[in-house]
Design a protein around this ligand. Structure first.
Ligand code: COA
Ligand code: MG
Length: 297
């Protein structure tokens, strides 16, 4: 699947926002059936989201649905199966699974999708999974197991709100306004789990949607750390996110120089460019930049 820069949330029960979302240039549209929709509006949201998926079928961008958490005694809303049974009919490209507790949740979702794809006569394995891997205390001890999640898992993201609720914390921010230690740790674990699994690492949302400067700073930091995209919750955020996660002309030029320098020195594992040492990790990084840039040419 392509590189996801902007992953944009649209509450699934708002026909107005669903219509508006069509004009928004996000790489991934997440039609939400979970926390932005009140339980008694979920039947309506399932209908609206299924209709939107049907209307946008065949479009280049990724059409995704955030379903409710899988059934457990404590997280249960009993809605996840109803969500899936409704929306798979309209061939979503991706399912976002919140409140994951261990790899078992992802394997379970994959198995449900195996059956539903057969029912709907869809190609086997086409519906991918984006997992939210920091919303329960359980998953914080179980990231290593995610490497057994299977082929459907293509991306991971993290969130601080449900984790702080689960922990009984009164806030997830420190006195300096940044994420508290526990949530910074969750963010780093998501990043490393994604890399360990070879899937995309998507940074959490930036809530203050009127502050473009703050968003740009958060994107820059996320990209520097290794995240390859970010969640958006407001239309104003999407273009800034796309720009921040697209390799700049200077980055592409530098990557080309790195590749050319290695090519000019066949057999060398270490070379120099303008007086700076480059070895194999720099070459791999340069290839990653060029691969991402190729997508937006
Ligand atoms: N999807 C589609 N359209 C959206 C949108 C979204 N996520 N967020 C805002 N809009 C629309 C508004 O409807 C409004 O449309 P209009 O100009 O035609 O009236 C326009 O963009 C400007 O919105 P604004 O007035 O600045 O904000 P708001 O008060 O309408 O909405 C939020 C603010 C936070 C409620 C809204 O951005 C939102 O619903 N975000 C998604 C939240 C979500 O899904 N959370 C769950 C995942 S964390
Ligand atoms: Mg939530």
């Amino acid at each position: 699947m392509n590189h996801f820069r902007s992953v944009f949330f649209v509450p699934g029960d708002s026909d107005k926002k669903l219509a508006k979302a069509r004009q928004i240039p996000a790489d991934v549209m997440i039609y939400d059936l979970e926390d932005s929709v009140l339980p008694d509006r979920r039947p309506l949201a399932r209908e609206l989201v299924t209709a939107e998926l049907t209307a946008t079928r065949g479009e280049a961008r990724v059409r995704a649905v955030r379903i409710n958490a899988l059934d457990t005694t404590e997280l249960s809303t009993g809605d996840a199966l109803q969500d899936l049974a409704a929306v798979v009919r309209a061939a979503p490209d991706l399912i976002m699974l919140p409140k994951v507790r261990s790899v078992n949740d992802i394997v379970r979702l994959s198995t449900y999708l195996d059956v539903l794809e057969v029912r709907e006569d869809l190609a086997a394995g086409n519906i991918k999974i984006l997992a939210v891997v920091t919303e329960t205390p359980q998953i914080m001890f179980a990231h290593g197991g995610l490497q057994q999640a299977g082929e459907r898992l293509v991306a991971m993201t993290w969130g601080a709100e449900d984790l702080s609720t689960a922990l009984g914390a009164s806030t997830n921010k420190g006195t300096d306004g940044n994420w508290g230690f526990t949530y910074q740790m969750a963010r780093s674990q998501c990043l490393m789990a994604a890399k360990a699994c070879g899937v995309q690492a998507i940074d959490t949302l930036y809530a203050d949607f009127r502050s473009e400067a703050g968003l740009v700073e958060a994107c820059t930091e996320a990209r520097r750390d290794g995240f390859t995209g970010k969640i958006a919750i407001h239309p104003n955020q999407v273009e800034a996110i796309n720009t921040a996660f697209t390799p700049s002309a200077e980055e592409v030029e530098f990557a080309q120089q790195v590749v050319a320098t290695f090519e000019a020195n066949p057999g060398a594992g270490v070379v120099q460019l303008d007086g700076k040492m480059l070895d194999i990790p720099h070459l791999k990084q340069a290839h990653q930049v060029l691969q991402q840039a190729a997508q937006y040419r």
